[in-house]
Design a protein around this ligand. Structure first.
Ligand code: ADP
Ligand code: CP
Length: 312
């Protein structure tokens, strides 16, 4: 029987809030990933980078203030840095978990560039929250300095940047080769380093942060995955979220999910992009299931016992 191929998209809580917390968080995340690998699944791991890429940009901007000769660090460079340090922590944690179970498994992190359309309307309408949460006053101060901020799904204010749709994962063949060779592959971190292709075919970074759930959906469909598993801070998706008549959803067809989107049941910038990414994956081929659940519930969710499943 063919091995099941599973793309796992890790949300913020799988990584922790800072560099210290990340070390602890990835150790727990690694156990979940190795449990699935031990069940005989091919595992491809993606992760977010919103808080981390904001932190890197902030640190780099402070450096410019302190050292006048430094030039501003482009956002795609900060995305690449975030892929590197998150990827290596995940890789080492997974490797250590394999070792502690006496499994001689292979783990690789692939820095990945994801092509976007340079005319994507998202470049004129920044919506992707990055960095830490800000007070209203801090957000207003930023706005005065031309830094766009928005309220993030009822949780406070954050800086927002453009988030174009991912079109092409440039390292896809490398990822396929490594998965085929039995590696657990960590890739498309932070949605991938956003690039466009110039007239001579060179890849040029663009100022954006791609949504990791959208990139994960594209990756899962192009790898022919059986499951796209979006791990976040809730066990299931709800309708009437946060209201008295809140209702958890277990099983949704693409049509039902689209109907709930039309009713604006899912918060923009948090649950909505996850449901949209899940729909695109479910529609990309027969028998493809997208699952939204908690990190701890990944295995139970894949077994059909919990989470919200979206399928065609
Ligand atoms: N309809 C909904 N059902 C469940 N959760 C929702 C809903 N609308 C908004 N949310 C919130 O969205 C969060 C997931 O978005 P976010 O925190 O941005 O994801 P990530 O885990 O990728 O960082 C959930 O933890 C929950 O607080
Ligand atoms: N790039 C990205 O989608 O990051 P978050 O999941 O942290 O928002």
């Amino acid at each position: 029987m063919d091995k099941k191929k599973v793309v796992i998209a890790l949300g913020g809580n799988a990584l922790g809030k800072d560099i210290e917390e990340q070390k602890e968080a990835v150790a727990k995340t690694a156990k979940v990933i190795v449990d699935l690998a031990q069940q005989g699944m091919d595992i491809i791991v993606t992760h977010g980078n919103g808080p981390q890429v904001g932190m890197i940009q902030n640190a780099m901007d402070n450096l410019i203030v302190m050292q006048q000769n430094y030039k501003q660090v482009p956002l795609p460079t900060s995305v690449a840095m975030s892929q590197g340090y998150i990827g290596i922590d995940l890789q080492n944690a997974i490797k250590y978990e394999l070792l502690s179970r006496k499994i001689d498994g292979k783990v690789s992190t692939i820095l990945s560039q994801v092509e976007v359309d340079k005319n994507d309307p998202a470049f004129n309408n920044p919506t992707k929250p990055i960095g830490r949460f800000l007070t209203k006053e801090e957000a207003q101060e930023n706005e005065k300095n031309g830094i766009r901020c928005m309220e993030d799904a009822g949780r406070g204010y954050r800086i927002v940047v453009a988030s174009p749709m991912p079109k092409r994962i440039r390292e896809l063949e490398t990822i396929k080769t490594l998965v085929g060779a039995g590696h657990i592959v960590i890739t498309c971190g932070g949605g991938g380093i956003p690039v466009v292709s110039d007239e001579e075919g060179r890849l040029v970074g663009v100022n954006a942060v791609i949504d990791k759930d959208n990139a994960s959906s594209l990756l899962a469909s192009q790898l022919g995955a059986d499951h796209l598993v979006i791990l976040t801070a809730v066990e299931k998706v709800a309708i009437n979220w946060g209201k008295e008549n809140q209702e958890w959803l277990s099983d949704l067809t693409v049509e039902q999910a689209k109907e709930y989107i039309a009713q604006e049941q899912f918060a923009k910038g948090s649950m909505l992009p996850k449901v949209e990414a899940a729909i695109r994956f479910a529609q990309s081929g027969e028998g493809r299931h997208a699952l939204i659940t908690l990190l701890d519930k990944a295995a139970a969710g894949i077994a059909g016992e919990t989470g919200t499943v979206i399928h065609s």
